[in-house]
Ligand binder design. Structure first.
Ligand SMILES: Nc1nc2c(c(=O)[nH]1)N[C@@H](CN(C=O)c1ccc(C(=O)N[C@@H](CCC(=O)O)C(=O)O)cc1)CN2
Length: 290
């Protein structure tokens, strides 16, 4: 079997074009300029690259991008204060804190300092609860992008056995919740899981989000499985051994060109959603009192 590739690039381009149209309309009709604030702590080169990619794509879509870069020695209190300031700034509609943050920072405390209405990256507990209950709300961008991709390729989710490898707060955990909310039967696995290959072999859908290059081997896969590679390792190498997986699976996401572009497209889409929602709830000036 040679797997069909689930390409994210084209779908992502459509989503970005749609976000750009909606941003332009919002600007024309209400004067509101959608704005995403990106917050980068420290000098990790890969994180800096991802943030730059997000800023560039925002600009191309007519979304303002405001950049906050903090030193590697930033404390939790300093980062929380910065995020609280952005949360209270009415000209900022979405906030992205690039993960991971340096080890001395309590990342959960930092994420929770983001106003849930501006959490366009879906990292707060508020967003997580909405994903878990299948309620409307912002989605974590990579998991939300994965679901869009699976839907675009008509992958049946209801009743499917999905094995998620990895339990990070921005990837594995919310991916499992979104699949569960779509009626998949979800098994979470992680670094302490015993007998991982045998568990993966029972999966109709595999979501690999471990951060280890070529970790998932072809012999672990059930013939005809759907394989989503959410790895973003150095050198654009995924978590799945691509050549082996395509020989066994029915559908596979490539790296690059699969899940990555969907992540950024959903971030832009949710930023425009946030700007629109905030424009609708903003206090309007009372006529004659301006
Ligand atoms: N706060 C967050 N932090 C991180 C997230 C996230 O969604 N929110 N995700 C990852 C990395 N990431 C975005 O930050 C990311 C990684 C890769 C890509 C991407 O589009 N990759 C391309 C290839 C790269 C290239 O073209 O040079 C691809 O797969 O085609 C987007 C986003 C960690 N942190």
């Amino acid at each position: 079997m040679t797997a069909e590739l689930m390409i994210g690039t084209e779908l992502a381009a459509e989503m970005v074009a749609n976000a750009a149209t909606r941003a332009g309309r919002l600007r024309a009709e209400t004067g509101v300029q959608p704005c995403l604030a990106t917050v980068l702590v420290g000098d990790d080169p890969a994180s800096a690259t991802y943030v730059r990619m997000k800023q560039n794509r925002c600009r191309k879509a007519g979304i303002e991008s405001r950049s906050v870069v903090l030193p590697a020695a930033t404390t939790t209190a300093e980062l929380v204060a910065e995020l609280a300031k952005l949360s209270n700034d009415p000209s900022v509609h979405g906030i992205l804190l690039q993960h991971p943050v340096p080890g001395q920072i309590d990342e959960r405390a930092a994420f929770e300092a983001i106003d849930p209405g501006k959490d366009v990256d879906g990292v707060t507990m508020h967003a997580f609860a909405a994903m878990a209950f299948g309620e409307p709300g912002f989605r974590s961008c990579t998991p939300g992008g994965i679901l869009r991709l699976l839907q675009a390729y008509d992958v049946p989710l209801s009743g499917a056995h999905a094995v998620v490898i990895g339990r990070s707060p921005i990837l594995g955990k919310p991916a499992g919740m979104l699949l569960l909310a779509s009626d998949a039967t979800v098994t979470y696995t992680h670094s302490r899981t015993v007998g991982l290959p045998d568990i993966v072999r029972t999966a109709d859908i595999v979501v690999a989000a471990v951060g280890k290059p070529n970790f998932v081997r072809g012999e672990w896969l059930k013939p005809g499985a759907v394989v989503v590679d959410a790895g973003y390792n150095e050198g654009n190498v995924g978590d799945v051994h691509f050549a082996e997986a395509t020989a066994v699976a029915r559908l596979v996401t490539p790296v690059p060109g699969g899940v990555g572009p969907m992540t950024i497209a959903l971030l832009l889409e949710q930023t425009v959603d946030a700007a629109q929602a905030q424009s609708e709830t903003a206090v309007q000036p009372v006529a004659g009192l301006a």
